[in-house]
Design a protein around this ligand. Structure first.
Ligand SMILES: [Zn+2]
Ligand SMILES: [Zn+2]
Length: 115
């Protein structure tokens, strides 16, 4: 008696062979996060985003506008939507090594709009 259910679609078979596409960056991964294929770096960022969401919002020291949380290079930064200032928690810079800090800061300043 044949009792096998639906045959697997080809896509599902190739996914099990090669891993799934990360829902965030599209790279192949066998890791999942909350039942969605998510590569390691993206999973770390998602976890950080959850941590960031629980942190209290801060105001920009320059103009008092509420800062928005962003994840950059594995750390949580506060960015001001008004003046594009970037603020780090005490200790966040120390958590990066010096080279990563330099990279992160230059990447952030490249992202700033030129006025
Ligand atoms: Zn990814
Ligand atoms: Zn500001």
């Amino acid at each position: 008696m044949h009792n096998g259910g639906e045959p697997h679609p080809l896509e599902e078979i190739s996914m099990s062979l090669f891993g799934s596409k990360c829902v965030r960056c599209g790279s192949r991964t066998r890791q999942t996060y909350q039942d969605k294929p998510t590569c390691d770096p993206c999973r770390r960022e998602l976890e950080l985003a959850l941590v960031a969401a629980k942190e209290e919002k801060r105001q920009c020291p320059a103009d008092g506008v509420t800062l928005t949380k962003e994840i950059a290079h594995g750390i949580v930064i506060d960015r001001c939507p008004q003046c594009s200032g970037v603020w780090l928690d005490a200790g966040e810079l120390e958590r990066m090594n010096t080279d990563a800090a330099v990279d992160a800061i230059s990447a952030m300043s490249y992202a700033l709009p030129r006025v």
